[in-house]
Design a protein around this ligand. Structure first.
Ligand SMILES: N[C@@H]1[C@@H](O)[C@H](O)[C@@H](COP(=O)(O)O)O[C@@H]1O
Length: 261
């Protein structure tokens, strides 16, 4: 696990976008794993800037979203498919027809979850997964207690997650759906490169557990310690509880150029 500590959320965006650009340069039809939440927004903005400047194209890429609320109408602005459309697809040149998400309106949810797993596998698997982290250590919507071997499935959101996300629903926690479909922890672990980004002091405990804590379903992100290719990019407040922060800074400063990102 590589830990990169930067000065600002904007720098998180620049480095995260660089990781995506490196992947797409090596493989123009790369499969991108897309995350909602505020943390990845700087990455999407920077990718949009690069596409607009003619430095990068995502036109042959495919995207798979991590998760989706259950039961929101198709045109609801907080439906994650719509959030990814607004925050990522419209800013870049990726083809919207090639961006997929779990079907939160499916009549048969287990069948929709199985179909989503198959779609990711049939596409060849995710080359680079952008990931945020909840303040309780959740990844996608894999709440504390999630099986570390889980696949795409229905989950019940914790009250804390619904409170955290109420800001997107006019501060009305009752408007936040109770259920979601999320890629499982094991699904996420199959991505070839995972770039997890976090900003702000409210993420400091989760980032500490993710990088330095014992692996536990109580902090689902800790399973990433078992993944061979994870880059964690955090700002100073999010890094404030890291015990080995000095070592991570020295390691990044001394990184041989040939290692790339
Ligand atoms: N399902 C999303 C997660 O994928 C995201 O990581 C988390 C943190 O969001 P933020 O980056 O806004 O703190 O929010 C939601 O729960």
């Amino acid at each position: 696990m590589e830990v990169v500590i930067v000065d600002s959320p904007e720098q998180i965006g620049v480095l995260g976008a660089q990781a995506v650009a490196d992947t797409v340069t090596a493989k123009p039809d790369a499969i991108l794993g897309l995350a909602t939440g505020s943390s990845p927004l700087a990455i999407y903005d920077e990718l949009g800037r690069r596409v607009a400047a003619g430095e990068l194209t995502l036109k042959d890429c495919t995207g798979f979203n991590l998760d989706e609320y259950v039961g929101l109408p198709d045109d609801h602005p907080q439906r994650y498919r719509n959030v990814i459309e607004d925050e990522f697809v419209t800013k870049t040149d990726i083809d919207t027809a090639n961006v997929h998400g779990p079907d939160g309106s499916a009549a048969d949810i287990p069948a929709a979850c199985a179909a989503y797993e198959r779609a990711i596998t049939d596409a060849g698997g995710v080359d680079i997964q952008i990931l945020g982290i909840g303040s309780d250590g959740h990844i996608a919507f894999n709440e504390p207690g999630s099986s570390l071997a889980s696949r795409t499935r229905l989950k019940t959101l914790t009250h804390q997650t619904r409170v955290d996300n109420a800001r997107f629903f006019d501060d009305d926690v009752d408007a936040v759906p109770v259920h979601c479909i999320t890629q499982g922890v094991a699904t996420i672990m199959e991505a070839r490169h995972i770039v997890l980004v976090a900003a702000g002091r409210h993420k400091a405990q989760a980032v500490h557990e993710l990088v330095e804590g014992p692996i536990s379903a109580m902090w689902p992100a800790t399973i990433l310690q078992m993944h061979p290719n994870v880059t964690v990019i955090v700002d100073e407040p999010a890094a404030s509880r890291l015990q080995l922060a000095g070592y991570y800074r020295e390691t990044y400063a001394a990184k041989p150029a040939w290692q790339g990102f």
